[in-house]
Design a protein around this ligand. Structure first.
Ligand SMILES: Nc1nc2c(ncn2[C@@H]2O[C@H](COP(=O)(O)OP(=O)(O)OP(=O)(O)O)[C@@H](O)[C@H]2O)c(=O)[nH]1
Ligand SMILES: [Mg+2]
Length: 388
């Protein structure tokens, strides 16, 4: 009996030990201990709207925030970007889609038989609601109302008057040309400023890509030294568009010295255009003035700052305008880059911001893709919002 119990106990012990050995996960074989296995790659970032949808997983996973994949399709080959000229017309679908609200409401109101006081008030409210601003909306309605009455206009004629008045309010004859390209032995210098998250770094990358596509050489300066991630984001854009980035290895380095170094290298390399990215944090107006003023002064020891482009997010409305004003007081703005126009039904901010700052919108952002930056064209814009 005792023998039987011992035999059963032995069988049970053998079964347990054998099971544990069989179930144990396989171990690396001794003698092959190399570096630790790399961590699993991060899950791919969500694709950017539009072109990013077809990007490879590898493209997407490597992109830090704010740097959408450069190219759709599997092959990461640098394909020539479309020329800047005519881009707004090509991308007008982005405007028509998001702004049909504002344009079609106006046209609906204007097509009423016998426009009375209340209709005109509704037209004015629609314009104000589209972020055009109270004073310009009143002025526009006043002019349109007089023209409609004097000419006895109806239907398509009213639409044509509205179109002409909107184009005039935006300013068809303003000089929107970018002062880029070298002068003498100095590169053109473009300083990109604006509040956090408005699209400054993306604009630097997109502009560099467009200029390189047109045969220019471009050097990028990472003067947003506040966060290391900001420098890396510009670096990634630089790698993708084929522009070298001048950066400091030290987080919190003096932005003015990075800007100076970039221009200095731009001069010695005979670069055509230098684009300097800056930090967007809005601390105090004095702090901002000191920082941007210093960057500009330091660059001007070696070259002229040809463009100071203020990046403004079109979706931020009046709040964005207030912040833009602080920047305009801190540094002389020469033009506006109005981003995210693809994401708002309130394109009237174009009129408001130009009036507010007294400088033209020169470029617009119409998406997150690398070629979604276009020179602003008032007639194309108005035709898109009126659904022509
Ligand atoms: N839809 C849309 N998104 C845009 C556009 N321009 C930029 N973005 C997105 O806006 C986000 C912020 O862009 P950034 O270029 O990092 O903005 P930034 O001003 O450099 O931000 P900070 O460095 O934090 O001040 C990113 O996700 C961009 O892809 C645009 O025209 N349309
Ligand atoms: Mg940035």
């Amino acid at each position: 009996m005792e023998y039987l119990i011992i035999a059963i106990a032995l069988v049970v012990v053998i079964a347990i030990v054998g099971g544990a050995v069989l179930l144990r996960p396989p171990r690396r074989r001794a003698g092959r201990a190399g570096p630790a296995a790399p961590p699993a790659p991060p899950p791919p970032a969500p694709p950017a709207p539009g072109e990013a949808g077809t990007a490879t997983a590898a493209d997407t996973a490597q992109a830090p925030p704010g740097v959408p994949p450069l190219l759709p399709g599997p092959a990461p080959v640098a394909e020539a970007p479309p020329p800047l000229a005519g881009r707004m017309a090509r991308l007008r679908g982005r405007l028509a889609r998001s702004q049909s609200g504002f344009g079609s409401v106006l046209l609906g109101l204007l097509s009423r038989d016998g426009l009375d006081d209340q209709s005109w008030e509704e037209i004015e409210d629609t314009l104000i609601g589209a972020d055009i601003g109270v004073a310009p909306s009143r002025q526009l309605v006043g002019e349109l109302r007089t023209q409609v009455r004097v000419q006895g206009a109806r239907g398509d004629a009213v639409r044509a008057l509205l179109r002409a008045d909107l184009i005039q309010a935006i300013g068809a004859d303003q000089d929107r040309n970018l002062r880029i390209g070298p002068h003498g032995d100095r590169p053109a210098v473009v300083l990109i400023v604006g509040v956090n998250g408005t699209g400054k770094t993306s604009a630097c990358g997109k502009l560099a890509r467009a200029l390189i596509g047109e045969g220019q050489s471009v050097l990028l300066g990472a003067a947003d030294t506040f966060r290391a991630a900001a420098v890396d984001q510009l670096e990634t854009w630089g790698q993708r568009v084929g522009a070298r980035v001048v950066r400091s290895d030290r987080e919190g380095a003096d932005p003015a010295s990075v800007a100076f170094e970039t221009v200095q290298e731009g001069i010695s390399e005979r670069t055509d255009t230098v684009i300097v990215d800056t930090a967007g944090r809005l601390h105090t107006k004095t702090g901002l003035m000191d920082e941007l003023g210093k960057i500009k002064r330091v660059i001007e020891k070696r070259a002229t700052v040809d463009e100071v482009l203020l990046v403004l997010d079109a979706t931020t409305g009046q709040n964005g305008l207030r912040q833009a004003r602080v920047f305009a007081e801190a540094v002389d703005i020469t033009g506006i880059i109005l981003t995210k126009l693809d994401g708002t039904a309130k394109g009237g901010i174009v009129i408001a911001v130009q009036r507010e700052l007294g400088v033209p919108v020169k470029l617009v952002g119409l998406g997150e893709g690398p070629d979604d930056l276009a020179p602003f064209d008032p007639a194309t814009f108005v035709d898109a919002i009126l659904g022509d």
